[in-house]
Write a protein that binds this ligand. Structure first.
Ligand code: IVH
Length: 699
């Protein structure tokens, strides 16, 4: 499982990018904008208007990227900064015509033209935002003033970071699920949302306590579709194993998943849903809940997923304390949150306050600040992947963020470095929000030294020296030399890893030694190894065993372009054995692939479909050090530890470089971060179970 170590870089993948253009625009200080218009000189005013126009265009571009493409370029914090600057300028220059796009609402439009549209019975609104304790206080005072009383009760809830959804039940039956769209009309994603396991088709008429629940003729429930961190990590692990770039943010992945055309594809990713509001309610009028608290109780009584982690607050200080508690707990919650929502509890008060243009006046979202630190960019190194793709990595002066130390962050590609104009020696900003991977979000230009030169992307491969290539329509730079030692090593690592055929004892260190000694330069060479090649008996036995491995894993392990895990499994089921497959005519198989397979068959390799992995010698957990963190679903940590010990492994409580695996359960926090920083492979409960089963299979 050591293979995951080399992937540790993905865990520091940069997720959000600032726009260089934003940095180049003349920055107008907010204070200047808010100053009296008469004191602004005409040049300033012209610059400001230009800035405002630019901001509108830029924000609308980011709205499009965020809402329609689910692929934002900048962090939420950066977006919010642009937005606030625009709002301040709009105040100062009210005569400037507003942009004709969705940029003027607080949430754009998520419809992408590929689903039928559905009109909400009640509009779906956004939330006003607060960034400081003072702004929360002001919200509180505003409500006290408007309602003429000081005994207001508030509910403080986590703000789920996913995609807004409206789910309609008619006569207690699920009939429709629609995205927010432009607030009035959204995309009908009923088929996709119906795949969510925790979403019941019918509302429970009797609560678990035996109380009759109201079943209105029609109720539109408002909530959020999201991905929890356990599922997000599982999906990314699979992508890494398949050689794909991992997803950067669970929200974008959830948004992309919700908009898949085929519900079967949606079902493969464990989307979740939570409810926290009501849109329309028709029938059973007198049973309508009269407070946010009562709404939470009803959601649960109906058998729907509701918010567990909410708190009540009787004044502004209590509300602030609850917000801070939530902020401190956020990584332990197990789902992505980007803030806390403070809501007036009483619906009567909510009705009296009403709504402004696109947000209710009775609620406010406090956005947690991403933690931001500054550190020095020491150098940029290049990693070579098994397909030759070059990934630049920022090597940083170690810095603590989110309770862990980081010293590396992936920079994606050459264009990214150029866009940010990153220079060696620069002081860069590193941000981390919640469980999200730390990312470089900008450069502190005020600390740049005059001798800092733009980064010259190396011309040659760091491993074999071959001139690197970059296709015009591609972001990736590649090493075109298929015999490049770094690529060869990565390919063999991929093959020998548990997701491939799983050759115990053949890790990156052994592979590097074999490749450097010219003993192997391909997967086929593994099957030519002899005792004289200074390979241990144990590894030879394992290689021998892999000749009868499961065919699907074997094909996947070969890492053939265009043959991911799914295709590999399909080919395996269709043909049954490598010998047959080597002669098959499927479109995915090129002559070169068939040649490779025939060569393997000639070497006595013949994996079969549906082979249960059996093992000789010690199991995969023998002698391994495992750290369990977070809560496991199927068993207690103590039970899991006992089973690990029973198959020869040991468990410890702290993560170090000597840890072999960290098993992350729900709500895993600091230890998970440590693992990521140290490059210790992280596995989930299902993977642990598989390892245990495999350990027992050979006994
Ligand atoms: S209340 C009428 N509560 O944030 C306002 N929204 O930025 C309805 N969100 O559209 C929203 N967690 O999709 C509310 N606890 C929560 C939330 C929440 C996440 C989302 C929701 C909303 C968006 C506004």
């Amino acid at each position: 499982m050591l293979f995951l170590k080399r992937c540790s870089g993905w865990l520091t993948v940069a997720v959000c990018f600032g726009s260089l253009a934003a940095a180049l625009m003349p920055t107008v200080a907010l204070a200047a904008v808010e100053a009296e218009a008469s004191s602004v000189t005409s040049t300033d005013a012209r610059n400001s208007v230009e800035r405002l126009r630019w901001l509108r265009a830029e924000i609308s571009r980011h709205d499009e990227l965020y809402f329609k493409k689910a692929a934002p370029e900048i962090s939420d914090a950066e977006y919010d900064r642009l937005k606030r600057e625009m709002l301040a300028l709009e105040k100062a220059f009210p005569d400037e015509p507003r942009a004709p796009t969705g940029a003027t609402t607080s949430f754009g439009d998520d419809r992408n033209g590929r689903f039928s549209n559905y009109r909400h019975r009640e509009p779906m609104l956004g939330l006003e935002k607060a960034y400081s304790r003072a702004e929360l206080r002001a919200f509180h005072s505003r409500l006290e003033g408007a309602l003429g009383r000081t005994d207001l009760i508030f509910v403080v809830e986590p703000k789920f970071d996913g995609i807004a959804i409206s789910v309609t039940y008619e006569g207690g039956r699920l009939v429709r699920a629609v995205t927010r769209g432009n607030g009035q009309e959204g995309d009908d994603v009923t088929a996709n949302v119906s795949t969510i396991a925790e979403l019941p088709r019918e509302l429970r008429a009797l609560s678990l306590e035996g109380v009759r629940n109201p079943i209105p003729d029609t109720v539109e429930l408002r909530g959020e579709v999201y991905l929890d961190y356990a599922e997000f990590d599982r999906i990314n692990r699979e992508r890494i194993e398949a050689g794909d770039e991992p997803f950067g943010h669970p929200r974008n992945l959830a948004a992309g998943t919700l908009k898949q055309k085929d519900p079967d594809d949606v079902a493969k990713r464990g989307l979740r849903v939570v409810f926290f509001g009501i849109g329309a309610w028709q029938g059973a009028t007198k049973d309508r809940p009269d407070s946010q608290q009562a709404l939470h109780a009803l959601v649960r009584a109906w058998g729907l997923p509701g918010i567990g982690a909410f708190e009540m607050a009787a004044n502004a200080d209590d509300a602030w304390a609850a917000v801070e508690r939530l902020g401190a707990r956020r990584t332990a919650l197990g789902f992505p949150t980007d803030g806390a929502v403070v809501k007036l509890d009483a619906f009567a008060g909510q009705r009296r306050l009403g709504t402004s243009e696109d947000a209710p006046r009775w609620a406010i979202a406090y956005k947690f600040q991403p933690e931001r630190v500054t550190t020095r960019l020491r150098s940029i190194t290049l990693q070579v992947g098994r397909t030759g793709v070059i990934t630049p990595v920022a090597e940083l002066d170690p810095v603590r963020i989110g309770g862990a130390s980081i010293s590396r962050a992936t920079l994606h590609n050459a264009a990214e470095i150029a866009r940010r104009d990153l220079r060696i020696g620069d002081f860069v900003f590193v941000e981390k929000a919640g469980e999200i991977i730390p990312a470089i979000t900008g450069v502190d230009l005020s600390r740049r030294t005059p001798d800092a030169a733009p980064f010259a992307f190396p011309v040659g491969c760091p491993s074999c020296g071959t001139t690197l290539l970059r296709a015009e329509d591609e972001a990736a730079t590649r090493c075109p030399n298929g015999r490049c030692v770094a690529q060869v090593r990565r390919r063999i690592e991929h093959f020998a890893a548990p997701a491939g055929v799983g050759i115990n004892g053949l890790g990156p260190v052994q592979i590097e030694a074999l490749v450097n000694a010219n003993k192997v330069s391909s997967v086929t060479d593994l099957y030519r190894l002899r005792r004289e090649d200074a390979v241990s008996e144990r590894i030879l036995t394992e290689i021998e065993r892999s000749k009868r491995a499961d065919l699907g894993r074997f094909i996947f392990g070969l890492g053939i372009p265009g043959i991911g895990r799914k295709t590999a499994e399909a080919l395996a089921t269709r043909h049954g054995s490598l010998a047959i497959l080597a002669k098959a005519r499927d479109a995915e198989l090129t002559d070169a692939t068939r040649g490779l397979m025939a060569e393997l068959v000639a070497l006595g390799v013949n994996p079969q479909a549906g082979v249960k992995m059996t093992r000789s010698g010690p199991g995969p957990l023998a002698g391994k050090t495992v750290v369990l963190t977070g809560s496991l679903k199927g068993w207690s940590r103590a039970e899991a530890a006992k089973r690990i010990t029973a198959v020869g492994g040991r468990t410890t409580t702290s993560v170090s470089r000597r840890t072999d695996w960290v098993v992350a359960g729900e709500g895993a926090g600091a230890k998970l971060d440590e693992a990521r920083v140290l490059g210790v492979p992280v596995i989930d409960e299902a993977e642990l179970l598989r390892l245990l089963q495999e350990s027992q299979a050979g006994e």
